[in-house]
Design a protein around this ligand. Structure first.
Ligand code: GLC
Length: 818
């Protein structure tokens, strides 16, 4: 036995002999360097079938998923192991069962659908995409690469693509800068940005989706990565576009156009569309920090009705709460909220209340107690609670990335809803924390079971809060549509909420910025958006406020809001002539509600944006890539706000085709700029020839009176044009069961006649019986009107060459001739 016992020296010797070359230092890992900028090598293998393909350089792996004919997803695993596939933005990635062709030769691997080819170059693993005409639309300028993050683990992940001389970029949410992002470097990291400035970045929302237009062809990139993400559109190097993130996976969707509209529609296919809002939510909203006490709230309500200015919603900002504790009431200011809300409802007002994510640390506050007992609040890496100061003082914060917490949060709205609250405003959900700005990176999140630190969950926190709010309200309200609004968000937030652009400033620059931000949000998948009309901080004068009301009348979400330390800011606060003009525009909005609601339906059902900048109408005209004032609401009404003080007239570009000046009915030929007078009473508004614009009578609020007839404004055209008119109950989800009416109008005319056809789809029958036709712009004097074979004798031709008559709503074919 004894012979077998070796002394330590002998053991060492034996070891050294066996492991030749091993350095026996105290720290055997000495000299190991983190991975810096590692690029994909040469792809040695490519396999796959159906919708999934894998390529490897022997170590790293690239996955390609063919989602449908237009969309492919690229994903990189630096060491061959992909993270679990989970996305808040794309809840249900179901690749379509389509024909996909997989091809290999000595130059490349190629995966093709009928519309897109993805090329993986064998020399260097560069990935590019081409269309069915073999036009390359996007190509790597470097192979995908990564760099180790020694502090937090994982990798910084990078993708660099070629940027062409005339390539321009759009999208990315509400960046406060020019509409065209060419030359910019931008960051996505949700940030509370009080009184933000032109070019300030980042702001409240992160939408990692952009659209490129190059030589008339558009494609989109959706970089679905929730970490802090960066985009460079030919900024650092004119020939390169890059996007990268501080963690997570290099994972992006290539979305083929060729039109920008196709790209946006496909993006909505991935991330969902906005549900139909309650019709009243398209009305005018009045907000302020804050309307209190009750007497003030009632006075504002009365002010609207006395001034005969339509309004559907009044907001309660943080002062309605007891010490800013969510789900409580300050009973000194609001002794009987239920009665107050009911009285407001009697007058036709919906009440919308604010909630913030910060829950006051207070053991006498039931919400805090429950959250604490059930472990619903976020914690730091060492298990301490995440504590920070917000309005209520010291707060803890629910982890909205935990499904159970969302369920709980959603259930907390039962009392507010029982009191009659119709809408909920989610604020400060970047999340904002006074002093530090937001949570520290080490805060842990459930991330729906997929776990993550705040680095990963930060950008989705606000979206998950408003999701909890929306889903909770939807449950409590049963079949009624909730109305929610959020400040922060990530791609996909449009499934749960509308947004406003945050704490802007009462300045002309911010009016210009707001116009761009809404267009950009709209083309970035967030249709229901608006600015604080008048500017949140600072004081607008009457002219600025009125110009803002005019723009706001054509923002999908229309709300005036102002900070607590500003003067009164209701549409009548500036006296005449401003009050009358503000009233006129808000009335115009109410007249156009059926048109706006139809545009919303086109968004919800078909994924069209509501606001469409000129570049979306004519992307092949390079000059249009730099226009950012004009936009269309839906596809029929072109609006160009007045953005300068004292402006007497301005230039407006009209896309090709014929346009009617809304105010004068004069016809303009598009394809060039026209000079339009801009007295304070108007802004340039044009209607596309061939449009049928449905119109409601002016009401003080949605549903004030039964609608007895619909005005149909028919604009003559000498080519065929389609219009849609959507109607339903306006507040239930019955539309999901086809209880709606979608009417299609087709207009066509020549020098001596005009025909209008109507067809219908859906199971809803509106109560009114008839249409009041207003036919505008006939190039002939009408002598006969026939509707479904019947002659209409009763018609009037008014001064402005407008032909008017009435008929029942069920007609199929209408013909007007000389
Ligand atoms: C934030 C919001 C603002 C709100 C204020 C008080 O600044 O952005 O809209 O009025 O908080 O709640």
């Amino acid at each position: 036995m004894e012979e077998n016992i070796l002394n330590p020296k002998e053991i060492l010797n034996e070891f050294v002999e066996e492991e030749e070359g091993f350095r026996h230092l105290n720290n055997p890992a000495d000299g190991i360097k983190p991975i810096t900028k590692k690029y994909l090598g040469v792809p040695t293998h490519g396999v796959g079938s159906g919708s999934k393909y894998y390529f490897t350089d022997g170590d790293a792996k690239v996955e390609l998923i063919v989602v449908n004919e237009e969309i492919m997803r690229v994903r990189l695993a630096p060491h061959g192991v992909f993270l679990e596939d989970f996305s808040y933005a794309v809840p249900d990635l179901k690749p379509k069962n389509i024909a996909v062709n997989f091809f290999e030769d000595d130059k490349e691997f190629r995966v093709s659908t009928a519309k897109v080819n993805c090329h993986i170059r064998k020399a260097d693993f560069f990935i590019s995409f081409s269309d069915q005409n073999n036009v390359i639309t996007s190509s790597d300028a470097k192979a995908m690469h990564w760099e180790e993050n020694t502090q937090f683990g994982g990798y910084y992940v990078f993708s660099t693509k070629e940027c062409h001389p005339d390539e321009n970029f759009f999208g990315l949410g509400d960046k406060p800068t020019e509409l065209n992002l060419r030359g910019k470097r931008l960051v996505n990291w949700n940030t509370d940005a009080y009184s933000f400035a032109w070019n300030q970045d980042p702001l409240y929302r992160s939408i990692p989706f952009y659209i490129s237009v190059n030589e008339g062809i558009a494609h989109g990139i959706f970089f679905d990565n929730t970490f802090k993400a960066h985009f460079d559109f030919g900024g650092e190097d004119r020939t390169k576009t890059s996007f990268w993130a501080d963690g997570g996976e290099m994972q992006y969707y290539y979305i083929h156009g060729p039109h920008m509209m196709d790209v946006v529609k496909s993006y909505h296919l991935l991330t969902g569309t906005h549900p139909m809002p309650p019709l009243w939510a398209l009305g005018y909203h009045q907000c302020r920090w804050s309307y209190y006490p009750e007497a003030k709230f009632r006075a504002v309500a009365k002010g609207f009705r006395e001034n005969k200015i339509p309004c559907d919603a009044i907001y309660l900002d943080i002062d309605y709460m007891d010490g800013y504790r969510c789900f409580t009431w300050n009973r000194r200011y609001f002794p009987d909220p239920k009665k107050m809300i009911a009285d407001a409802a009697e007058m036709g007002f919906k009440t919308v209340v604010i909630v913030d994510p910060g829950i006051r640390v207070d053991d006498n506050y039931p919400i805090f107690k429950e959250g604490k007992e059930k472990k619903y609040f976020c914690r730091r890496s060492d298990d301490y609670f995440m504590e920070g100061h917000v309005w209520p003082g010291r707060c803890q914060f629910p982890d909205f990335t935990n499904a159970e917490v969302r369920e709980w949060w959603g259930s907390l709205f039962d009392e507010l809803i029982e009191y009659g609250v119709a809408g909920v405003w989610n604020d400060m959900n970047e999340p904002a924390v006074f002093g530090s700005g937001t949570f520290p990176a080490d805060v842990r999140h459930d991330y729906d079971g997929y776990r993550g630190s705040h680095r990963k969950a930060h950008n989705v926190y606000g979206m998950q809060m408003v999701r909890a709010t929306y889903e909770g309200m939807r449950k409590i309200l049963k079949n009624k549509r909730p109305f929610t609004i959020t400040r922060a968000g990530y791609s996909g937030l449009q499934r749960y909420a509308s947004v406003w652009t945050g704490d802007n400033v009462a300045s002309w620059e911010h009016l210009r910025l707001g116009n761009i931000q809404c267009q950009r949000l709209s083309m970035s998948g967030i249709p229901f958006c608006g600015t604080d009309i008048g500017g949140f901080s600072g004081e607008p004068d009457g002219e600025l406020f009125t110009r803002w009301i005019q723009l706001g009348s054509f923002s999908p979400f229309m709300r005036a809001h102002s900070a607590g330390d500003t003067k009164e800011r209701e549409p009548w606060s500036f006296g005449e002539p401003f009050t009358a003009i503000n009233r006129n525009f808000i009335e115009l909005r109410y007249r156009l509600l059926p048109y706006m609601y139809s545009a919303f339906w086109e968004h919800h059902r078909y994924g069209f944006p509501i606001l469409r900048p000129v570049v979306m109408q004519e992307q092949d005209v390079l000059k249009n890539h730099f226009r950012q004032d004009e936009f269309t609401y839906g596809d029929k009404i072109l609006v160009c706000p007045v953005l300068e003080p004292g402006q007497k007239s301005r230039k407006v570009y009209l896309p090709k085709g014929k346009w009617f000046n809304f105010w004068t009915n004069e016809v303009e030929t598009g394809g060039e700029e026209v000079e339009v007078p801009t007295p304070l009473e108007t802004i340039p508004i044009f209607i596309k020839a061939g449009s049928v614009i449905p119109e409601y009578p002016v009401m003080q609020y949605v549903g004030e009176k039964p609608i007895e007839e619909i005005k149909l404004n028919v604009y003559y055209s000498d080519y065929e044009a389609n219009s849609f008119f959507f109607e339903d109950h306006g507040e239930s989800f019955a539309y999901e069961q086809d209880i709606y009416s979608e009417k299609k109008f087709v207009v066509n005319g020549d020098e001596s006649s005009l025909t209008l056809n109507q067809s219908m789809e859906g199971l809803y029958t509106p109560r009114y019986d008839g249409y009041h036709f207003k036919v505008i712009g006939l190039p002939f004097v009408p002598a006969t009107i026939t509707i479904d074979g019947k002659d209409i004798a009763d018609f009037v031709i008014s001064n402005e060459k407008v032909l008017e008559f009435k008929y029942t709503k069920t007609f199929s074919t209408l013909q007007i001739s000389k």
